[in-house]
Design a protein around this ligand. Structure first.
Ligand SMILES: Cc1cc2nc3c(=O)[nH]c(=O)nc-3n(C[C@H](O)[C@H](O)[C@H](O)COP(=O)(O)OP(=O)(O)OC[C@H]3O[C@@H](n4cnc5c(N)ncnc54)[C@H](O)[C@@H]3O)c2cc1C
Length: 384
């Protein structure tokens, strides 16, 4: 195969921007085609902020990857003169015997991530959470939040400086795999390149239906912002990013801030018992209205565990997860055509890794002999 000199990136969201950034840096002429705009609320990156954490209950093997991404975010922030990562620390809390909570602590121990372990009384002394006596907390100072808009701006401006071209309102209808690979746009134009990177987020199954038939699900998630009484704002603005392994589900939140939307951001990643949030949706017709059923688990959590957060609803956003069966990522080549590289299925926890994933995508595009990491291989997602 010839060296790869040009690539088209389909989807200019989180992983598309990061891939374009890495490819352009590595000398590839990149064209990014994005259906909507630079930063939008219709895919998976809406909602202004994202958690970054090294206490990784999803698997300790993610820790070196998040550490690599953390360094890259920091360096990118320094070069762009913008704060991308706000290191608030991460507070995790839950029953001491909760398997995910234990995995999180084990991931820290395994990788030497600095962590302080507190019992329930120490937790309640430090932060306004009300928990039973058998709960504990793990505080990792390395955790924090990423600012989505500034992260996107910084990736795009470095990619542009390295020659990448960005086209918005460019809807790709089809990936074209013949003697040359290319894409067919909505307006009928066909564009070719040496390689195609598909980072279409929730729309991946429509673009490559044979990749993992029936294995990628799109789920609706709601982010909320709350206005607590004014006298509590200073205290809530000092909070670390936090996450709770509650028996009802995995809840998380951010300090009070005026990052785009003023308020205390609060959400639920997964509930223990199946609920409406587990019903697959179609990204074209997803319900973006807010319903009382969206708020009920959050209200319950706040009243039982975090009464200081009680307030009036200020805003909400609907955002999409694209999940694999294991909730681990997919970064691999299309088995039909090795010139097509796919990064998707980020299962609600991919943002923090973006610069590291972009680097991996660039390596796969440029080095035909390189295999995808087994942890993210397509075949893994066919199992079970
Ligand atoms: C509510 C919520 C909370 C989250 N919280 C966290 C968190 O705290 N920490 C964390 O690390 N991760 C978090 N995530 C996950 C993270 O945001 C996602 O994993 C990440 O944004 C996925 O990036 P992506 O590039 O796959 O998707 P996107 O960023 O959505 O990008 C895909 C892009 O492709 C474009 N596109 C699609 N089809 C086409 C087409 N045919 N032609 C042209 N363009 C197309 C879309 O318009 C979109 O811009 C969260 C996700 C959600 C929804």
């Amino acid at each position: 195969m010839h060296p790869v000199r040009s690539a088209i990136v389909v989807g200019g969201g989180t992983m598309g921007l990061a891939s374009a950034w890495a490819l352009a840096r590595d000398g590839v002429a990149v064209t990014v085609l994005e259906r909507f705009s630079h930063v939008h609320d219709r895919g998976s990156h809406g909602g202004l902020t994202r958690v970054i954490r090294q206490a990784y209950h999803e698997g300790e093997s993610y820790v070196p990857l998040v550490q690599q991404a953390d360094r890259m975010w920091m360096e990118l922030g320094q070069r762009s003169g913008t704060t991308l990562l706000v290191r608030t620390g991460l507070l995790e809390l839950g029953p001491a015997d909760d398997p995910d909570f234990r995995r999180s602590i084990a991931a820290c121990e395994q990788h030497g991530v600095a962590a302080q372990l507190w019992d329930s009384s120490e937790l309640s002394r430090r932060w306004p959470f009300t928990v039973p006596s058998h709960w504990g907390a793990c505080f990792t100072p390395s955790g924090g939040m990423l600012r989505v808009g500034p992260c996107f701006d910084a990736l795009r401006s470095e990619a542009q400086a390295a020659g990448a071209a960005f086209h918005y309102g460019a809807h790709v209808r089809e990936i074209h795999k013949r003697d040359r690979v290319g894409v067919v746009l909505d307006d009928g134009r066909t564009l070719h390149a040496d390689a195609i990177v598909v980072t279409a987020g929730a729309w991946l199954p429509e673009l490559l239906p044979a990749l993992l038939p029936g294995r990628l699900q799109r789920l609706r998630r709601v982010l909320t912002w709350w206005s607590p009484p004014a006298e509590r704002i200073d205290m809530l603005a000092q909070l670390p990013v936090w996450a709770a392994f509650d028996p009802a589900g995995f809840f998380y939140g951010f300090p009070w801030s005026d990052e785009g939307t003023t308020g205390l951001k609060l959400a639920c990643h997964t509930t223990r018992e199946p609920d409406a949030a587990d019903t697959p949706i179609d990204p074209e017709s997803v319900d973006r209205e807010l319903h009382e059923s969206d708020l009920a688990p959050l209200r319950r959590f706040v009243s039982e565990r975090f009464p200081a957060a009680t307030g009036t609803l200020a805003a909400h956003r609907v955002c999409l997860y694209t999940t694999t069966p294991s909730w681990h990522f997919l970064v691999d080549r299309d088995p039909d055509d090795a010139r097509v590289v796919v990064a998707g299925g980020f299962s609600g926890h991919g943002f923090k890794f973006a610069p590291a994933i972009g680097t991996l995508v660039s390596d796969l595009v440029r080095d035909h002999g390189r295999a995808a990491p087994p942890a993210f291989a397509r075949t893994r997602h066919l199992e079970g």
